[in-house]
Write a protein that binds this ligand. Structure first.
Ligand SMILES: [Ca+2]
Ligand SMILES: [Ca+2]
Length: 498
């Protein structure tokens, strides 16, 4: 047990002892502020194509179609092992971007070409940040390292899948913080660590590539390049920090410059820095608009904020106009409802007969879009008028009838004592009828007697005497005349009534 712990400690000690010594190489580096000089050049570097250097960064391509740019060190390296940290941003408006960004360590400086802005057949190392998925495997953005002995052309069609030393699929586009790649070549081992830019924490590097037995040119140029295609991203390099690496015990010990000289240089640097600050301040005072524009140009974060604010402003304006329109609609609806209510109240007044019809009364106004049309309301009113007129006519007619009935009744009560009612008349009639029936029966009996044979001979006195016959006849005549008189009287009364 103790043996194992000792072994682990020994290994850790060996690893720690083997950590290389880092020396910053300013002639192979750039970073802001004051990255570029006034003439747009970067000290110890030269850029080509569409690359533009500003105080804060080198925009290797702008987000425009079919652009290519690159930046290369002026001098070849003079150290065996190195570590480079590249801090960059690949930002585009689209969900997809193109083509990508490349780091180079090559025997010769690159020239403009098809490999992310640089040439094929390079000798040395290319590390590619390939944004666009050419082979449609859904594995981009992709980071890969490729060694070339000067004979190979990068196979874009397959995204170089068969040509890579190693690689990893990592999204490096549109990150909240700049992304970083730490590329180390030490004792023929190539290591690439990647920081995805989701945080600002220096510790968040993760391993992407580790390849052993890599033999790169003894001395070479560092470079960055980028290209856009049909799709386009801004490819911005913010920092390029190069360190030469020395195995423990081999680091350069002697300082070539003495303390006095060092002091002099640092003093000069401070003076230069103050002077530059003053000049900048003066420039800002003299050209406030220009300075503001430049600030925006060189600081994409602020520009981004501005575009966001503009969007918000547009949304706000749109909402305000919608609100205005809604308010107008609301007002109109209120108006329509008001008119409808007025019309309805008028209608109900007409129905209850409270509103006099006729002239001087304005017709109720009803909006066309409401429940009742104007013509409908007018038709209704016309109908109402007609109804009222008819009702008046009927009333006068009924009054007339009433009056007439009154006079008839009065006349009847003034007239015959025999009683005015039909019932009484019918009773009388019945009486007369019965009387007539009796007369008829008697007559029939008389006739039967006269036809049945001769009068009984034995009793001649029992035959109807002549005087009796005449009395009956006279009575019958009186009754008939009375009835006819009564009937005619009745008819004349009835005619009067109608
Ligand atoms: Ca690609
Ligand atoms: Ca791919």
């Amino acid at each position: 047990m103790l043996y194992i712990i000792l072994l682990i400690f020994a290994q850790i000690f060996l690893v720690l002892c083997d950590l290389p010594h880092h020396k910053f190489e300013y002639k192979y580096s750039f970073k802001g502020p004051y990255l570029a000089q006034k003439d747009g050049t970067v000290p110890f570097w030269e850029h080509f194509g569409n690359a533009i250097a500003s105080e804060e960064m080198v925009r290797i391509t702008p987000s425009l179609r079919s652009k290519k740019g690159s930046i290369w060190t002026k001098n070849k390296t003079a150290f065996d092992w190195w570590q480079v940290e590249v801090v960059f941003r690949v930002n585009g408006r689209g969900r997809l971007g193109a083509d990508g960004f490349a780091f180079w360590y090559t025997e010769n400086k690159g020239v403009e070409g098809p490999v992310f802005g640089s040439n094929d057949n390079w000798i040395g190392l290319g590390v590619f940040f390939d944004s666009f998925d050419n082979d449609n495997r859904g594995n981009n953005p992709y980071i890969m390292a490729m060694y070339n002995d000067g004979t190979k052309a990068f196979d874009h069609q397959s995204d170089g899948v068969a040509q890579q030393l190693a690689g990893c699929q990592r999204d490096f586009r549109n990150k909240p913080f700049p992304v970083r790649a730490k590329i180390e070549y030490y004792k023929n081992v190539l290591t690439i660590l990647f920081h995805n830019g989701n945080t600002n924490n220096d510790e968040d590097f993760e391993l992407c590539v580790r390849a052993e037995n890599i033999y790169l040119p003894q001395a070479g140029y560092f470079g960055l390049s980028a290209a856009t295609g049909g799709l386009a991203d801004d490819h911005d390099a913010l920092k390029f920090l190069t360190y030469s690496l020395y195995p423990p015990g081999t680091q350069p010990t002697s300082q070539n410059i003495g303390d006095a000289e060092k002091e002099k240089f640092s003093k000069e640097y401070e003076e230069y820095k103050d002077k530059l600050e003053k000049q900048k301040e003066e420039y800002r005072k003299e050209h406030p608009d220009e300075a503001k524009r430049k600030d925006m140009e060189f600081n994409p974060d602020e520009a981004y904020e501005t575009s966001q604010q503009r969007e918000l402003q547009q949304i706000f304006q749109g909402q305000s106009s919608i609100f205005e329109i809604l308010r107008g609609l609301h007002r109109k609806i209120d108006e329509v409802i008001g008119r409808q209510e007025r019309a309805l109240s008028m209608l109900s007044a007409v129905q209850t007969g409270g509103v006099p019809q006729g002239q001087g009364m304005p017709p109720p106004q009803v909006a066309g879009g409401g429940g009742l049309g104007r013509h409908e309301v007018e038709a209704l009113l016309g109908g109402q008028r007609e109804l009222v007129q008819s009702a008046r006519d009927i009333k006068s007619f009924v009054t007339d009838i009433h009056q007439r009935t009154g006079t008839i009744i009065a006349k009847q009560s003034d007239g015959k004592p025999s009683g005015g009612t039909a019932f009484e008349a019918a009773a009388h009639f019945q009486e007369v009828k019965e009387a007539l029936n009796i007369v008829k029966r008697d007559l029939a009996a008389v006739a039967a007697k006269s036809q049945g044979g001769p009068c009984p001979v034995v009793q001649p006195t029992s035959c109807l005497p002549t005087s009796y016959f005449f009395i009956f006849a006279i009575l019958q005549m009186i009754v008939i005349i009375g009835y006819i008189t009564y009937q005619s009287n009745k008819e004349s009364q009835a005619k009067k009534f109608y």
